[in-house]
Design a protein around this ligand. Structure first.
Ligand code: ZN
Length: 207
């Protein structure tokens, strides 16, 4: 049993050649949107907005084209075969339906099969996948599937607990509502007591 709270980011591992975002095109698009909503993009407060948004999107979508499997190839052999849990990994992403943020925490567990990975790599994996247009359900599954594949783990489990601005500030406007998703793979799916141990360690009722 090993537990850790991951806060740091990872190294540059996992970076592959990517085309990058077209910041000129983003700036033009933002200008178009500002005009379309009836604003004056030349006024003082807005004059730098297209440039700021282009820079921001470059950062927030930096996970597009990066290879998450590369993060897991830097694992190492270790005869640890008990559950590893990384709790409370901060998560910020953008929902692909509205490009509005959703944010919360991810809890990630796996049971190694002779191969483990640095704790910071797990946090980096979550961050890389979150820095793409996402839906929370897919993000949850992707993390679990990558751990299974990249580490040949005996099992993987992921819980994400997040608030979606597209639910709280627009549309149905339900402030305070949270979306909880989970994915269980391998032994976490097959063995209810393993899943229960994970949920207990998260401080959640095993249901
Ligand atoms: Zn949305």
């Amino acid at each position: 049993m090993a537990k850790g709270n991951a806060r740091g980011d990872g190294a540059a591992a996992g970076r592959v050649a990517r085309r990058g975002v077209d910041k000129d095109a983003i700036q033009k698009a933002v200008l178009t949107i500002l005009r379309a909503i009836g604003e004056d993009p030349e006024r003082e407060g807005l004059i730098g907005t297209p440039r700021r948004i282009a820079n921001m999107y470059e950062e927030l979508f930096s996970g597009i084209g990066e290879d998450p499997m590369a993060l897991l190839t830097v694992g190492f052999e270790e005869q640890h075969k008990e559950m590893v849990i990384v709790k409370d990994i901060p998560l910020q992403s953008l929902c692909e339906h509205h490009l509005l943020p959703f944010h919360g925490v991810a809890h990630v567990a796996y049971i190694p099969n002779g191969r483990i990975v640095g704790i910071s790599k797990i946090a980096r994996l979550v961050e890389m996948l979150a820095h793409r247009p996402q839906v929370q359900e897919r993000l949850t599954s992707q993390i679990a599937d990558l751990l299974m594949k990249g580490l040949r783990a005996r099992g993987a489990a992921v819980v994400i607990d997040a608030t979606h601005l597209c639910m709280t500030m627009r549309g149905v406007k339900k402030p305070g509502s949270r979306v909880v998703t989970s994915a269980n793979r391998g032994i976490f799916r097959e063995n209810p007591s393993t899943r229960a141990e994970f949920l207990t360690l998260l401080g959640r009722p095993a249901g």
